[in-house]
Write a protein that binds this ligand. Sequence first.
Ligand code: RP5
Length: 169
Amino acid sequence: MSKTFVAILMGSDSDLPVMKATMEVLNKLQVPFEVKITSAHRTPAETHEYVTTAEQRGCKVFIAAAGLAAHLAGVVAGITLNPVIGVPMDAGPLQGMDALLSTAMMPGGVPVATVAIGKAGAKNAGYLAAQILSVADDELAIRVRQERAESGAAVVAKDAALQAELNAS
Ligand code: RP5
């Protein structure tokens, strides 16, 4: 039986520093993943080959990050019927707005779940992939719920510390 995993694709190694945030989230939630640098424009044949074989090997969710005229997520969505999450990168003078529109504005019938530009989007791609998988994985669902509760608790603790500091001054 193939092992379920998430594939993180990025159009260039220049996307890697931001996409490390996705890897951190998936590691924290104990979701297996692969990482692949492949480009919709520069290596179209390799992109097609990777997506097809990854699906056969058990990839259930694809995350695709790209900047500028960012077509990677859309191309991946044209190859697979598994969910595709697009992460627009800030890679040029338009500060990611070009990639946001290129990733989000897919024609009807070929969806890409597009997250925010840059690091917040990279993190959310990891969370969203985990949430998608957790629909059919009760143990992962518990980890996702626990992580969300911890992040809420951290905000409450920071507020309590701030209030204590303000009251003391
Ligand atoms: C996109 O072009 C990549 O995803 C990257 O965000 C951007 C710039 O790529 P490099 O010129 O740094 O390789 O395809």
